[in-house]
Design a protein around this ligand. Structure first.
Ligand code: Z16
Length: 789
């Protein structure tokens, strides 16, 4: 028995008894003990026969590990007791851990929830990512503007959870040229004159929930290869800088694509390092390559790691001397690809010249994949209305990465039913008609351990007091809560827990940010990346409308409300930053207004992060999920708030649709156009925001505030935003959905007045949220994509 809580207890007590420490020091002590007693003690257990899954992702967004790890190792209560015994406040110790923010938003956080569930379900499933020296920028607000500062998450004394595995370093090659020649009657390819970069893996342990499983998240760091002496310092420091640049920064873009060389190099660095390590470990274990698909599976998280397909082909053909057909068969059987967006501006394409220059052999292989695909398609014939340009990977001078990922994978999935269906029937139509069996849906999920047990202990304990603990490993059992939906005591306790969580948030905001929130107000929450399609601006238009209403009829607002926003904008996304400024400006203005004080409040919380979300989500009453239908592939914040007893106001988009199916329409506030209506408007171009504006006095009043000096005291302050809606086509249909949004908001308000009815809806939502546990999602990937048992 290698897991030994007794030893942990003893060592921790001894250490704490011997001297006094700062909170960070205690945190580091805890991490050291966990690594020593659990990870190192179990290293001998590594050469297992079970199938290994690797989740390749340019982003992981774990936030803090301390509580997750203690919970999973069943040390949380023991640890808290010991800390208290030695006069340390557990919360302060835990909060001294810096968030690991190696991701932008939903995609990276999903990857982290998946790692948690893989371990909890006792699968051998690991993450492969990059060890960015700086994570997602830190956001500060200055004069209502977003300022970006570097995120130094590694801290001054190093990151407590990682461990360098220097014996597993590999070399990644860029540039150079391909030398081809005949050797033993075989056409052979060799790269010469390349730039070589050393890739060093750092392992972060991922513990299963009280089941003895330890998986890993491996993050790769780029380093220069030391020159053999005598060192030419000038040349070496230049190549050192060039190499280290590779893993310096996370690109701060979310759902958008920038064709930058450094990003391409990052992507190749990840997949080449990762697959080299996996293959050499596989071969050292004595396995035969022909069995690779039975023993290994790799998931491509969005197209960012799609170069793993030609990279595996390269290794199999050039290094292991397989012929093309064999190599292709193994590659496609091992690989599968998840698509996370259909938005045009996010679909990656790389210019041919860049690949030729940076990765000449990889380019050759892609060209050959494309040649074979097109040849095959033309041989079998195109169907009516189809052109080869709907299928080819290389069109003119661009390489279409989603197509490469699709043709190189045995399964392709979207992340919610609606999204998968549009993926299959529209974006990838030409592929799905030829390979229908490859297309599937895997609706996203979230770790209920992270987002309910850890983030909301009050609710979690209350649930256990009602239905026992089995929901922790079988989250669908939350459904047994349904039998309490008319139990007044239960509903009252639910309301009390919400109030307690709201008060904790209030206290935190007051002490840390000097922000004051009305405790008795409805907390109306929109927390996510700032993006046009997510429509934070629609939320704001509703706020402006209510503000007006309050002035005209002082008792019109029957429920006091606090609107809570948190969002980072990509530094280069000018429009998104303008919306942040507008929200901040409106917040300032409304909060100063004596006439609406006590009725209406707006806060913009700077520096949104996983750990901030853990505070906000348990305190939310109303969850804003208001994307333009068809644009939000899934959403996962929607699931987190549902699980924590908030009601959703949302469009029929992404996973909202499946939430509504589960709880039925009276327990969710749906509004707005459906996806097919949006798509029809986009195609027929008949949408006229001006017509809607002209007919709706509420919109006229709300929008005029952007330009009449009400906000900012400056006539032209937000004219650009005003213009984007009225004269630049209102790309995301805000005006179109405004009426229905306002109407549905007022229904939500009515409902909130009846606390019991509201809490009943919350309970029904919590009860059905088990479906959105990532344990369910991972179980589906495991059986239908990865072939795990
Ligand atoms: C991202 O976070 C998402 C998609 C994408 O192409 C790139 C990034 Cl960085 C998000 C989707 O927008 C969201 O709807 C989805 O829930 C999430 O990925 C996880 O699938």
């Amino acid at each position: 028995m290698l897991f030994n809580p007794k030893l942990f207890k003893e060592k921790l007590s001894n250490q704490l008894a011997n001297s006094t420490y700062s909170n960070v020091e205690v945190l580091q002590l805890l991490a050291r003990l966990i690594k020593e007693l659990y990870v190192h003690a179990n290293l001998s257990d590594q050469c297992s026969q079970e199938k290994q899954v690797y989740y390749f992702s340019m982003e992981f967004l774990p936030g803090r590990f301390i509580e997750t790890n203690l919970l999973n190792l069943d040390l949380l209560d023991i640890c808290k007791d010991i800390l208290l015994e030695y006069h340390y406040a557990p919360r302060d110790v835990f909060q001294s851990e810096l968030d690991a923010a190696l991701g932008n938003g939903g995609l990276g956080r999903l990857a982290s929830c998946f790692l948690d569930s893989l371990a909890a379900l006792n699968y051998a499933g690991h993450g492969m990512g990059l060890r960015y020296q700086y994570g997602l920028f830190e956001q500060k607000m200055k004069d209502n503007h977003q300022i970006e500062l570097p995120d130094r998450w590694l801290g001054q004394n190093g990151y407590e959870w990682e461990e360098l595995q220097s014996n597993e370093s590999v070399i990644v090659q860029f540039g150079g040229r391909v030398h081809s020649f005949m050797k033993n009657n075989r056409l052979t390819f060799e790269l010469i004159g390349t730039e070589q970069v050393k890739a060093s893996p750092y392992h972060i342990p991922i513990f299963g929930f009280q089941n003895q499983r330890i998986n890993s998240l491996t993050v790769w760091k780029a380093e220069a290869i030391p020159y053999p002496p005598p060192i030419e310092f000038e040349a070496f420091s230049k190549s050192k800088r060039h190499a280290e640049q590779l893993t310096e920064f996370l690109y701060p873009d979310d759902t958008s694509y920038e064709g930058k060389v450094l990003r391409l190099r990052q992507q190749y660095f990840l997949v080449s390092a990762g697959i080299q390590q996996i293959l050499s470990q596989y071969i050292n274990a004595g396995h035969s390559l022909s069995q690779l698909p039975e023993k290994r599976a790799m998931q491509i998280n969005d197209t960012h790691p799609a170069l793993i397909i030609p990279e595996l082909m390269r290794l199999l053909i050039d290094h292991h001397l397989l012929d093309w057909e064999e190599a292709w068969k193994l590659t496609t059987q091992v690989m599968s690809y998840t698509n996370h967006t259909l938005m045009n501006e996010a679909l990656e394409t790389w210019p041919v010249f860049l690949l030729k220059e940076q990765l000449p052999r990889i380019y050759q292989i892609i060209e050959e994949i494309n040649r074979r695909l097109c040849e095959d398609v033309l041989e079998r014939g195109l169907s009516e209305g189809e052109s080869i340009d709907d299928i080819a990977i290389i069109i003119e001078e661009d390489i279409h990465m989603a197509r490469l990922a699709t043709i190189g994978s045995h399964k392709i999935n979207g992340v919610a039913k609606l999204h998968s269906s549009i993926l299959k029937n529209q974006l990838m139509k030409a592929f799905s008609t030829r390979f229908p069996e490859r297309f599937t849906n895997k609706t996203n999920g979230i770790s209920h351990r992270q987002w309910l047990m850890n983030a909301n202990p009050l609710l979690s304990d209350f649930i256990s007091s009602l239905i026992g603990e089995s929901w922790k490993t079988a989250p669908h059992k939350l459904e047994s809560l349904l039998s309490y939906q008319d139990d007044l005591d239960v509903l009252t306790t639910l309301a009390d827990i919400k109030t307690a969580n709201k008060n904790s948030l209030i206290t935190k905001l007051r002490t840390e940010l000097e922000i004051d929130i009305l405790p008795t107000s409805l907390f109306d929450v929109q927390i996510k990346r700032l993006h046009g399609y997510k429509r934070q601006l629609l939320n704001l238009l509703h706020i402006l409308y209510l503000w007006d209403l309050c002035h005209e009829k002082p008792d019109a607002l029957r429920v006091p409300r606090t609107f809570i926003f948190a969002a980072k904008a990509a530094p280069g996304y000018h429009y998104a930053k303008r919306i942040i400024s507008l929200i901040a400006a409106v917040a300032k203005q409304i909060n100063q207004d004596k006439k609406t004080k006590g009725k209406l409040g707006v806060v913009f919380l700077p520096n949104y992060s996983v750990s901030q979300a853990e505070w906000i989500i348990p305190a939310a009453d109303l969850s804003e999920q208001i994307s333009t239908a068809s644009k939000e592939a899934s959403g996962t914040g929607n699931m987190k708030m549902m699980m924590n007893g908030a009601l959703t106001i949302g469009t029929r988009d992404g996973a909202n649709i499946e939430m509504a199916e589960l709880v039925s329409n009276e327990n969710i506030f749906e509004f707005g156009m459906a996806a097919d209506e949006v798509i029809a408007y986009e195609q027929n171009r008949h949408y006229s925001p001006r017509d809607i504006f002209n007919q709706d006095i509420r919109l006229q009043k709300a929008l005029s505030k952007l330009v009449d000096g009400t906000i900012h005291g400056d006539e032209v302050a937000f004219q650009d935003i005003y213009y984007s809606l009225l004269y630049r086509g209102d790309e995301f249909f805000l005006l179109k959905d405004f009426g229905s949004y306002v109407h549905t908001q007022s229904q939500a308000e009515n409902q909130y007045l009846d606390s019991q009815a509201w809490q009943k809806k919350c309970l029904i939502n919590i009860a059905h949220s088990g479906y959105f546990s990532s344990d369910r999602t991972i179980a589906e990937y495991a059986s239908e994509i990865w072939g795990l048992t």
